[in-house]
Design a protein around this ligand. Structure first.
Ligand SMILES: Cc1cc2nc3c(=O)[nH]c(=O)nc-3n(C[C@H](O)[C@H](O)[C@H](O)COP(=O)(O)OP(=O)(O)OC[C@H]3O[C@@H](n4cnc5c(N)ncnc54)[C@H](O)[C@@H]3O)c2cc1C
Length: 328
């Protein structure tokens, strides 16, 4: 079995997992335990865990820093011998032989099954200045970029847990935080709302919408509309954190599998999609509850279901729990 980051594009894989967040990592670990030839391809290791802070709801681990959890994912993948590539799958083709060909910018791989674990990405505001100033003061990750704004003035836009969490984190780094929300109430945990309201350096602007992000080469100002009185004001800031939710970006597989109206992939209880040989797991599916434990559970199901699918195709037992796992 090849090891992490080794170049191996020869031979047909039993399964290729797209996305190396919690769902993809769990799927890879289970697939290799079933002695499948598996490749895990992800743009980065950890997925949205990179964006979170302290994880406090993983059974057996009362609290763990997000980067420590990702380091543990990495160690586990390496010790299990999972072949991992940090890359983006750009194109997927179905072959006449019933397999799939996956293409990254530089390499191509053939596989009998696919597990889609592409997760969610931050929703954009889609206003002038956003794209141009992304990475120049516009950020989608308070935990990653917050330290760049020590003693500066920042704004957070959004009204859910992520936005309030970001405002709270940033209030400990920046000198002032504006929390901008287009409605008059928040959709977040009550205690988090109370905590944010109690912070002296957070100014809450409700019923307000950002119309434009202004700046030459970096964020300098926001143009903010008060949707109650129609007045526009300009806020001088150094950074804007956009925390307005996350969306599924699944055009890559749009012609292969059925999706719902939110572009999430529809799966059944075995994480099977509408297309034979293609499975999906984690936040990218229609599952309502988007949590690490749910993603890990679905990753497990998808790997075992892919294994079972291949076993049945070869006329073998459908019992996935026969212990074919590698013994140490
Ligand atoms: C700020 C924040 C805090 C959170 N806190 C918690 C918490 O405390 N507890 C908890 O349980 N959950 C928390 N969550 C939710 C949790 O992070 C997600 O439920 C979980 O990460 C979903 O895992 P996933 O593997 O399904 O998807 P993701 O984590 O989104 O991973 C998907 C991966 O696939 C990659 N990918 C996408 N397309 C491609 C492609 N074409 N080629 C290659 N790779 C691709 C993406 O880049 C990404 O790395 C939080 C989320 C956020 C944003």
């Amino acid at each position: 079995m090849s090891t992490t980051n080794e170049h191996t594009s020869s031979g047909v894989y039993d399964t290729i997992i797209i996305g190396a967040g919690p769902a993809g990592v769990a799927a890879a670990i289970y697939a290799i335990r079933r002695e499948m030839k598996v490749l895990l391809i992800g743009k980065e290791l950890g997925g949205q865990v990179v964006l979170s802070n302290e994880i406090e709801n993983y059974p057996g681990i009362s609290s763990i820093n997000n980067f420590d959890l990702i380091a543990k994912f990495d160690q586990h993948l390496k010790s299990a011998g999972v072949e991992t590539k940090i890359s983006e799958v750009k194109v997927i083709e179905k072959t006449s032989a019933g397999t799939f060909k996956l293409h990254t910018a530089k390499e191509s791989f053939e596989t009998k099954t696919i597990i889609i674990a592409m997760g969610l990405i931050p929703q954009r505001l889609a206003i002038p200045g956003e794209e141009r100033l992304a990475g120049k003061g516009v950020s989608y990750c308070a935990n990653c970029d917050g330290p760049l704004f020590k003693n500066k003035i920042v704004a957070v836009v959004g009204g859910g847990n992520s936005a309030l969490d970001a405002a709270e984190v940033l209030s400990k780094i920046a000198s002032k935080v504006y929390l901008i929300h287009r409605r008059d109430t928040f959709r977040a945990f009550e205690e988090l709302v109370d905590e944010v309201k109690a912070r002296e350096n957070i100014e809450i602007l409700t019923n307000c919408e950002i119309k434009e992000i202004i700046g030459e080469n970096k964020v300098e100002k926001l143009s903010v509309l008060n949707n109650q009185n129609g007045k526009i004001r300009e806020l001088a800031i150094n950074g804007l954190f956009i925390e307005i939710g996350r969306i599924a970006h699944t055009d890559l597989v749009g012609e292969l599998v059925k999706r719902n109206e939110r572009n999430q992939i529809i799966v059944d209880e075995k994480c099977r999609t509408s297309s034979e040989g293609i499975f999906a797991a984690g936040d990218v599916t229609q599952t309502e509850f988007k949590q690490i434990t749910v993603a890990v559970g679905q990753g497990t199901i998808a790997a075992l279901a892919a294994y079972q699918y291949l076993q049945l195709k070869q006329g073998r037992s459908a019992n996935v729990m026969l212990d074919r796992g590698k013994k140490k």
